[in-house]
Design a protein around this ligand. Sequence first.
Ligand SMILES: Cc1cc2nc3c(=O)[nH]c(=O)nc-3n(C[C@H](O)[C@H](O)[C@H](O)COP(=O)(O)OP(=O)(O)OC[C@H]3O[C@@H](n4cnc5c(N)ncnc54)[C@H](O)[C@@H]3O)c2cc1C
Length: 552
Amino acid sequence: VDRRRFLSGAAAVASATALGTGATTGTASAATGETGAPVVVTPSDGRYADLVFGDNKRFTGKPQEVRVVRSTADAVLAVQQAVRSGKRLSVRGGGHCFEDFVYNPDVQVVVDMTEMKRVYFDEERNALVVEGGALLSDAYETLYKLYGVFLPAGVCNTVGIGGHACGGGYGMHCRQHGLSIDHLYGVEVVTVDAGGTARAVVATREAGDPNRDLWWAHAGGGGGNFGVITRYFFRSPGVIGSDPRSLLPAPPSEVLVSAVSWSWDDLSRADFTALAKNFGAWHVDNVRPGTANDSVNAVLFFGHRANGAVTMLTQSDGTDPNAEKVHEGFLAAVSAGVGAQRGTAARPFGEHGPMPEFATPRRLPWLQATRRLGTTVTPVEGLTAPGWRHDNRAAYFRANLTDHHVDTMYEHLVDSTIDASTPASAQLHSYGGRVNAVAPDATAFSHRDSAFLLAHAVSWTDEKQDAKYVGWLRAFYGAMFADTGGVPVSNSVTDGCYVNYPDIDLSDPSINTSGVPWYTLYYKNNYPRLQQVKARWDPRNVFRHSQSIRLP
Ligand SMILES: Cc1cc2nc3c(=O)[nH]c(=O)nc-3n(C[C@H](O)[C@H](O)[C@H](O)COP(=O)(O)OP(=O)(O)OC[C@H]3O[C@@H](n4cnc5c(N)ncnc54)[C@H](O)[C@@H]3O)c2cc1C
């Protein structure tokens, strides 16, 4: 029955697309009967409590309904019914949103994509499909096992492709292969027209596609803005042929992985400064693609002193004939002039605990490394255990951290607000390389000359401590960018913010005093064009949250 329902829904999409507009008419009526219907979970249903939260327990929704969809037709129906009944909706992918865009108290219907998670080859579009509710681990595992390819994407395996890919998607291969959206061929999106009719639309990057603007907006515009993404179609630009094994890059069969740390017990202020500046300088030196260092990606994780250590995870291409030299060269560059001894990664990030076996670079098959790093680079215990609350903020850097930045990081990471049970950090993430091979207006993702991303994070469990820890991170971030109104405006050093690391404070003029609005920090010059796309594809502003693209 499920197969018949799926095929029937797919046929509706395919036949309407054949009309030549690229648009489909998978309307509510077409989606009833044979095509099935979303599973509706209301507050009286025993499943409800399991379906109304994401990873950040600061945001627990109270929707009247959760609609769990299994097909595009289901999604059309779920959206159509919400619109007809005048209910505000949100879309839930992997549930990793840093803000309340999914689980906002005003949301009455959550369209839950988590059961729409297939990964397969679509012959008609000659693309590899990842459905809108898949997790990154679904994409990594299936694309590799079935086709020997991969999608460059984020480090955390439990992030959802739904919100991730449309915002950019960087990770441990971005310097060599770019962002997820750099391989985006098309999207299937359930949109709502001016008359209130929901329909599924396919938009591709083909020059002649009348819906190309919708593809462009999904290549960096971020989730929850235009419709429900039911399917992502991936095929790298310039690929010829129809063998699914050639549509995306093959990952290196082997990678070199290292996980090293510097204990705060040994770390002087000068050591701290050297680590931060060395990491920044290396990335500025390697900001353009085409160097021998393209395959090196790292996260330098400055845990708060109360958390014990500064840790760095590095991955590089093990099939490079100079693999060891390249990897060791990076480690040496970051460690230069640091007096504290480099040790094993002492901080237990996840269920695997410390990783002493990676104190020196070690070869691992690619999939094993992806599984291993994906569950150890972030505090997944905190994310998967009930009750963890988080605050996050980020900034792109074109040039190295200034003395002011490093001093401010140091002062906040040794203060007395944070204790050992509260993970708090400033993290430097690799960017540059192939990410910067794309023009800033070619996709909606505009940060195409940055060297690294600085992320700030704190996690706690007690609701009563929300103000304390959000206040701590707000003050930390504000102090970092005090010279530019408390935010990393686009200038010669910084370059705005990452839409996938949203920060609602950017909208508050008492906190962001730069005069540069939140949307310019995320999208720079691409924002007006995104607004035009919004006007065309979501004229009723059905898909909205506190930092969604506004109608022009
Ligand atoms: C632990 C952790 C690690 C991370 N690591 C990385 C990383 O390595 N690289 C990186 O680039 N980012 C990373 N991120 C950020 C991540 O990319 C974003 O949080 C992303 O938006 C999460 O998508 P989601 O589907 O899991 O989240 P959700 O909370 O489900 O959704 C986030 C937003 O996207 C919308 N959305 C979700 N699915 C759909 C859909 N199918 N159609 C339309 N809109 C949708 C939602 O409505 C919401 O507005 C990380 C986040 C966390 C919490």
